[in-house]
Design a protein around this ligand. Structure first.
Ligand code: TYM
Length: 331
């Protein structure tokens, strides 16, 4: 049976990279598959989080996901810390994964920066917890943006080694689903770096909580080059900012990058940016309005997450039973 799992960190505002690279695909997948969507608060604390902000951010991400179209009734939506099986399996996987495998993780190197000795141990073992998130539900498909590809390859290696070490065919090898026209949305200020929650410049990203005026202002100020838009994808090479905006347009319109370039070919950036703003606002404004409504009822959101957490445990507990038996826990 196919089961989709994906996660998102509650470390601040969601931006259109999260939306176009991941969440929009989740919304489409839930029409066809059973899905579990997890707000990964345990991953979030691998770097310092103010506790009261973490509570707020968890609710805000839940509101953003529901407002984007995730249905918490037919699917499971919860925050990770509600199901202790993630931590439980992650310890066992810490004992399966090899140091050499984790040493290759580029995201750890980027996030730990120069002062690696001072990074939390949790940041280092982060990919093992991520593998546990997926495997504890025996998930088969994982929709993510491109930046998570290496972590998913590791999750597959861990699943395979567990199955072979313990002679137990418990974990399917999860398939990454990296789809759409914007699998790696770049910063609006610098076409060479990824759009990210942690970029100090708020102008670098469009947040799902931004109103129409903020969206318009950020697109107007987005870095570009002096030439009009070309007539082919190939001609975008060496023009990373133009390439990024064409991909964002394609993803919002639900069309291919090729179609996006042929619709916009020959336009000056001033005109293109106006069209892109109209398109982005037409998608983001209803989400933004719905988010505001949901956030005015925090108890409603907390109720959804609590219910999702219970249903998540119902799925993971029998898998943990099999894992315990395979490992030789409990007599
Ligand atoms: P996170 O919270 O950084 O991002 C959530 C999702 O958004 C995608 N994404 C992007 N896609 C395109 N362009 C961007 N600029 C961009 N920025 C982020 C991410 O690829 C991701 O799909 N480690 C994960 C969370 C996680 C998880 C999991 C994911 C924890 N356990 C298990 C899948 C399965 C993360 O930090 O995502």
């Amino acid at each position: 049976m196919k089961l989709v799992f994906s996660g998102i960190q509650p470390t601040g505002n969601l931006h259109i990279g999260n939306y176009l690279g991941a969440v929009r695909n989740w919304v489409a997948l839930q029409e066809k598959f059973k899905c579990i969507f997890c707000i990964v608060d345990m991953h979030a604390i691998t770097v310092w989080q103010d506790p009261s902000m973490l509570v707020e951010n968890t609710r805000e991400v839940a509101a953003a996901l529901i407002a984007s179209g995730i249905d918490p009734k037919t699917q499971i939506l919860f925050n990770q810390s509600r199901n202790p099986d993630h931590a439980n399996l992650s310890w066992i996987l810490n004992c399966v994964a090899r140091l050499g495998w984790l040493n290759r993780m580029t995201q750890f190197k980027e996030k730990a920066g120069k002062n690696r000795e001072n990074a939390s141990v949790g940041l280092y073992t982060y990919p093992n917890l991520m593998a546990a998130d997926i495997l504890v539900y025996q998930a088969t498909h994982v929709p993510v943006g491109e930046d998570q590809k290496q972590h998913l390859e590791l999750a597959r290696d861990i699943a395979q080694k567990f199955n072979s070490d313990y002679g137990a065919d418990i974990f399917p090898l999860p398939e990454p689903l990296i789809t759409g026209a914007a699998t790696r949305v770049m910063s609006l200020r610098d076409g060479a770096s990824k759009m990210s929650k942690s970029d100090p410049s708020d102008l670098s990203r469009i947040n799902l909580s931004d109103g129409a005026d903020a969206v318009a202002q950020k697109i107007r100020k987005a870095k570009t080059d002096p030439n009009p838009l070309p007539d082919s994808i190939e001609a975008l090479s060496g023009r990373p900012e133009a390439d990024n905006l064409i991909s964002i347009y394609a993803a919002f319109a639900g069309i291919s990058r090729e179609d996006s370039i042929s619709i916009n070919s020959g336009k000056q950036f001033s005109n293109f940016k106006r069209d892109l703003t109209d398109l982005a606002v037409s998608v983001l404004e209803p989400i933004n309005n719905e988010m505001r409504k949901l956030l005015s009822e925090p108890e409603y959101i907390d109720g959804i997450l609590a219910n999702g957490g219970e249903r998540a445990v119902d799925v993971s507990r029998p898998v943990m039973g099999k894992v315990f038996q395979a490992v030789g826990f409990r007599s």
